[in-house]
Design a protein around this ligand. Structure first.
Ligand SMILES: C[S@@+](CC[C@H](N)C(=O)[O-])C[C@H]1O[C@@H](n2cnc3c(N)ncnc32)[C@H](O)[C@@H]1O
Ligand SMILES: Nc1nc2[nH]cc(C(=O)O)c2c(=O)[nH]1
Ligand code: SF4
Ligand SMILES: [Mg+2]
Length: 209
């Protein structure tokens, strides 16, 4: 990669863009809200059930000028969701400042495994056992969304809930390929432990991106 590109990526003025799309937030607290998604490539967390493994190798996703990403986003929606890949592998200061300057609400989907750059109206933390979140992300999360693949994940969810702030919204989301088995267990769990809510990947039921 050119030294110049490398420097721009370091400053967040370029990002390895995988895709961008206008859709409806399918998951968690903001389910149902129209939003423009910016999916940044690169992730080394390695969840075996990840539904976007094509994002993992950052080199497959072209470094793209952040200004042009922001200009496009502005045309679509007043809410942008930054996701990936793991967006916090990159410097998010520049893109989030540009979006905020345009009065756009900025949300992020993150595993929390990297230092928290950028400024956000909403942080959705989805912790992963293989690479746990950093303390600063637990403290800043507005929403904790634990993916439930097996029964042990309920225990993991409680351990993670003990680490976030008292106002953080708590969600259990079935892992998609195991949803028929785990969704009924999540339903029972939420009724027994009503501090939790269930989050479904509603965009997949709706057949939208
Ligand atoms: C693809 S990840 C990208 C952002 C970040 N790397 C993360 O994991 O939070 C976006 C969201 O999808 C969730 N997710 C990924 N694969 C899933 C699956 N197979 N079933 C349910 N949720 C999944 C993640 O836990 C996360 O909340
Ligand atoms: N509609 C829709 N909602 C989403 N919420 C989180 C997503 C993600 O992949 O980060 C996602 C996604 O990929 N599509
Ligand atoms: S952290 Fe997110 S993008 Fe990375 S493997 Fe896990 S679910 Fe996929
Ligand atoms: Mg998704």
């Amino acid at each position: 990669m050119l030294k110049e590109t490398e420097l721009l990526i370091e400053k967040g003025e370029m990002l390895p863009l995988m895709e961008e799309f206008y859709t409806i937030q399918g998951e968690g607290y903001h389910t149902g809200k129209a939003a423009y998604f910016i999916r940044v490539g690169g992730c080394d967390v390695g969840c075996h059930w990840c539904d976007v493994k094509e994002s993992w190798n950052a080199e497959l996703h072209p470094p793209t000028k952040t200004d042009s990403i922001v200009e496009k986003a502005k045309k679509y929606a007043n809410t942008v969701v930054i996701t990936g890949g793991e967006p916090l592998m990159w410097n998010m200061d520049y893109i989030t400042k540009k979006l905020k300057d345009s009065n756009i609400k900025v949300h992020i989907e993150t595993s929390g495994a990297y230092t928290l750059s950028g400024q956000y109206d909403w942080i959705c933390l989805s912790p992963k056992k293989n690479k746990l979140p950093l303390e600063e992300v637990y403290q800043s999360a507005h929403e904790l969304k634990v993916i439930v693949y097996n029964k042990h994940d309920f225990k993991f969810a409680e351990e993670q809930a003990a680490l976030v702030g008292s106002k953080c919204e708590l969600y259990l989301q079935p892992e998609w390929s195991n949803r028929e088995k785990m969704t009924p267990l999540i339903v029972d769990y939420v009724m027994e432990h009503p501090k939790w809510k269930i989050s479904l990947q509603t965009h997949k039921y709706l057949n939208i991106p």
